[in-house]
Each structure stands twice: as structure tokens, then as C-alpha cells.
Design a protein around this ligand. Sequence first.
Ligand code: SF4
Length: 224
Amino acid sequence: MTPVRLLLHTCCGPCTIFPLHVLRQEGHAVTACYFNPNIHPYREWERRLHTLADYLARVGVDLDVDDSYDLKAYLEAVLPHAHLPSRRCPVCYRIRLDEVARRAAASGYDAFTTTLLVSPYQDHEAVARVGREAGEARGILFYYRDFRPGWKEAVRVSRELGMYRQGYCGCVFSERERYWRARTGGREFGAGRAHADSFRNGTGSGGAGADPGDAHPAPGEAAG
Ligand code: SF4
């Protein structure tokens, strides 16, 4: 793609390193955009923002921050799917990417993309699909790139720079899931609910609620 003005949705500092590097190498004029009402609690949202802002100042990239942090609207949208990450996460992607697409189109950018495309812990295909749909709906190009090959190198660089690396994806559900798995020997959160339900209604050992679409990091590993 020829160089364009591009709005980069950024979920956190560590995940920004590799996509930003690639996009700038390709000659695009990149502005970052932080719109993440999915990050809970608020202090965590702030901490990730400060880490990101410090990094962007260091590498000379402008940052557009949406600090509306509409927690109520976010929770109302994802709550119906709270126990199924394969359904919950696409809703979460849509909330964020639709708003970034709207901002990009309204501000005259040529394209937008997202750092969610770098993380092996995200549902990559869902991010790409939702990004394309948001772009079509808002009349702006979604620039798809599989940034995942740069993930390990970005982890290394972020550690070298002493950046804060979060231990869960962002929402309160993902924050619980990491401890739930540690406590249950890796069993899925949804599976745990089915397990508990099965004991309540006497139908067996449970586990049918496991969601194979979920994949989040171990405690201490940045989720992206
Ligand atoms: S796990 Fe991450 S992507 Fe999925 S709903 Fe929570 S914050 Fe959003």
C-alpha cells in the first residue's frame, strides 16, 4: 500500500511496538488512538495509557486519547456473552474498532488499523473481520496486516525498556479467567460454570461450557 495517513488503534504500549515499527517503515504517517473502555479497573486503564504515552513520546508519535471510559455502555454490550470469550471478544473488538473507524473517517485519515493484530492471545480472525466490517460501515479502509510474527521481538524490546506488561487482556472477565485457570488446573471459566451447574442440577461432572475460542496468557505475561 502506498504511504497514507493512518490511525492506529492501540490497546497498550507493548503491543504498539511492532505494528508501529512496521507501519512507519512502510512510510505511513501514523497517529495512535487509545480507546479502550474494556480495560478494568480504571487505574489499570490509566497505567496502560501512561505506559503507552511514555513510549510514544519517546518515538515521536502523536496520541489521540478518548477518555470517556463509558464502562456502563461497555458492560451492557458484553454482559450477555460474559462467559463465552469467543462471543464476548468480538463484541469488545466491535465497540473499539467501530469508534476508531468513526474517528478516522471524521478526521480525514486514509486508513485505520489496530495493535490487536499483533497478539497471539487475541482471536486474530475475528479482529480482522470486525475491522473490515467497521471500515465498510464507516467508509474507510481497514489496513489488515498479520503482525503476529513480531510478537516475540516486541516482548523482548518491551522488557528491555522496562515497560509495564499487564497480566490479563483487559476486562474484568479476563482478569478473573487467569486466576480461575490457575485454580482449576487450566479449566475454562465457562466450563467451570457448567461444572457448577451440573452439580446443582445433578446432571454429572460438567465441562460442556468450555469455550475453545479463548486463549489468554499466564499471569505475568502481557495479554494484548
Ligand atoms: S478478554 Fe480482552 S478482547 Fe475479550 S472481552 Fe475481555 S478485554 Fe475484550
